[in-house]
Design a protein around this ligand. Structure first.
Ligand SMILES: Cc1ncc(COP(=O)(O)O)c(C=O)c1O
Length: 393
C-alpha cells in the first residue's frame, strides 16, 4: 500500500504544536490510516464533487442499510432491528448520551489508559470520572472486574464508557469478559456506552464481539457507537452511528439531536459512507493484512529495551519504554528530538500510560521499518552517552 501523499503535510500544524515540528520528523501518532484510501471511496467523492450541486440531500435507507449489511457479513451481527441513529461524531454521541443518561455530578466509569476524549467529555459535562484501571500482567492487559463491581455499586455511578477494541492498549475483549461487564453493569443499573469504532480492525484469530450480543442476556442497558471513520480513514468527512435497543434512549437522543439540529446531511459524507461499506471491502482486507504484517515486523524488530504489548485489535501499537527510565515529559521529548518520531505519549491516555507511547501501524511498511531504525539509533546514542558519562565519573 502506498503512503498517502498528504498525511505528513496535512497534520503539519499539530505536529508542530505537539512535537516541535521541523525536518525529518516521522509522524505516526494519529489514529487513522497513513496510506492511500480506498480508490472506490475517492472515486465516489470525486463523482459527487463533479455533480456541481451541494444542497440538501435526503439520507436514503441504503446508507444505514449498507452499514448493517457490512456488520452482518463481516461480524455476523444481525443487529438491524436495533434503533440506529446518525451522529456527527463518536464524541457527539458520548456527550449526548451522557446528558441523556446521567445528571450533573453523577459518576462515569472509564478504564484507563484509554482514549483521551472520554475524560474530556465527562468533565465537560460536569460529571465525575471514576477510574477502573486496566491491569497489566505477564499476559497483557486485563479488566479489573472486582474493582469494577465496587465502583459500579456506588449509587452515584450511572454509566461506563467501554472501549472495544481498546484504544490504546489493543485488547479485543472476549465474549466472557464482556458478559462479566454486562452482568456487573446490569446488577448495578450502570448504563454501558460501548465505543466500538475500531470494531473492524481485529488481528489474527481475534474476533470482535458486539456488546449488544452479550448485553441482552445479562439485562444490561447499552448504546454502541459505530461508523466508517476509523476503518476507512473518513473522520474528516463521515457521520457516525449510535445504536441501541432501548426505545426511550433512542427517543431522547433523537430529541437532543433535533433541539441542536445535529441532523443535517453532508452530501460528501453520504457518498463516502455508502461507497465505503458497499465497495471498499477488498481495500480493507488488504489494509488489515498490512497492519498485521507491520505488527509482526514490530514484534521481531524492536530494540530489546522497548516492550510491545501484544496487539489484538486497532491499528495502534502500545509500546513500553519504561526500561529507559524517562519521566513523563522526557519520554515524549526524547522520542521527538532524539528518535525524530512523533508518537502519542502514553500519559495522554491517563497517568497509567506514563512510560508508554502509542504508534499507528496503519502506515506503509517502509515507514514502520524506518521508525524501528530510528528507535534503534536513538537508544544506541543514549547508551553511548550514558557510558561516556559513567566513564567520566
Ligand atoms: C476509541 C475512539 N473513539 C472515538 C474516536 C474519535 O471519534 P470522533 O472523532 O468521531 O469523535 C477515536 C479516535 O481516535 C477513538 O480511537
Amino acid at each position: 500500500m502506498l503512503i498517502s501523499k498528504n498525511s505528513q503535510s496535512i497534520d503539519g500544524p499539530s505536529l508542530k504544536r505537539h512535537f516541535g515540528g521541523g525536518q525529518n520528523l516521522l509522524s505516526l501518532w494519529i489514529a487513522e490510516p497513513y496510506v492511500e484510501l480506498a480508490p472506490e471511496i475517492v472515486a465516489a467523492l470525486g463523482e459527487r464533487a463533479g455533480q456541481g450541486w451541494y444542497g440538501y440531500e435526503t439520507r436514503t435507507h441504503h446508507v444505514v442499510g449498507s452499514f448493517w449489511q457490512w456488520m452482518s457479513t463481516r461480524h455476523n451481527w444481525q443487529g438491524g432491528t436495533n434503533r440506529t441513529l446518525i451522529s456527527p461524531s463518536v464524541g457527539t454521541s458520548i456527550g449526548v448520551l451522557l446528558q441523556t443518561i446521567t445528571n450533573q455530578g453523577d459518576r462515569v466509569i472509564l478504564q484507563p489508559p484509554v482514549f483521551t476524549d472520554f475524560k474530556t467529555l465527562v468533565n465537560a459535562n460536569d460529571r465525575q470520572v471514576v477510574r477502573n484501571i486496566l491491569v497489566l500482567g505477564e499476559d497483557g492487559y486485563k479488566l479489573d472486574l472486582e474493582d469494577l463491581e465496587k465502583k459500579a455499586a456506588d449509587p452515584a455511578t450511572r454509566a461506563l464508557i467501554l472501549c472495544n477494541p481498546h484504544n490504546p492498549v489493543g485488547r479485543v475483549w472476549t465474549p466472557t469478559e464482556l458478559s462479566e461487564v454486562a452482568t456487573i453493569c446490569a446488577n448495578n443499573s450502570v448504563f454501558v456506552i460501548a465505543d466500538e469504532i475500531h470494531a473492524d480492525i481485529t488481528l489474527e484469530a481475534h474476533r470482535f464481539t458486539p456488546f449488544a450480543t452479550v448485553a441482552n442476556q445479562a439485562g444490561a442497558r447499552w448504546a454502541a457507537l459505530h461508523g466508517p471513520i476509523k476503518t476507512f480513514g473518513l473522520a474528516g468527512v463521515c457521520d457516525t452511528l449510535m445504536i441501541t435497543d432501548d426505545d426511550e434512549i433512542a427517543e431522547r437522543f433523537q430529541s437532543v439531536s433535533s433541539q441542536l439540529h445535529l441532523t443535517r446531511n453532508n452530501v460528501f459524507g453520504l457518498a463516502a459512507f455508502e461507497a465505503a461499506y458497499t465497495q471498499a471491502g477488498p481495500w480493507f482486507d488488504e489494509f488489515r493484512a498490512l497492519v498485521e504484517h507491520n505488527a509482526a515486523l514490530l514484534r521481531h524488530g524492536l530494540p530489546e529495551e522497548v516492550g510491545l504489548i501484544e496487539l489484538e485489535g486497532t491499528y495502534l501499537a502500545w509500546l513500553d519504554f519504561r526500561a529507559l527510565g524517562l519521566e513523563v515529559p522526557e519520554l515524549a521529548n526524547w522520542l521527538a528530538l532524539s528518535a525524530r518520531l512523533a508518537l502519542s505519549p502514553g500519559h495522554w491516555f491517563g497517568r497509567e500510560g506514563a512510560g508508554f507511547a502509542r504508534m499507528t501501524l496503519a502506515a506503509p511498511t517502509e515507514q514502520v521499518a524506518d521508525a524501528l531504525e530510528r528507535l534503534h539509533r536513538a537508544i544506541a546514542t543514549r547508551q553511548r552517552s550514558d557510558r561516556e558519562e559513567h566513564d567520566e565519573l
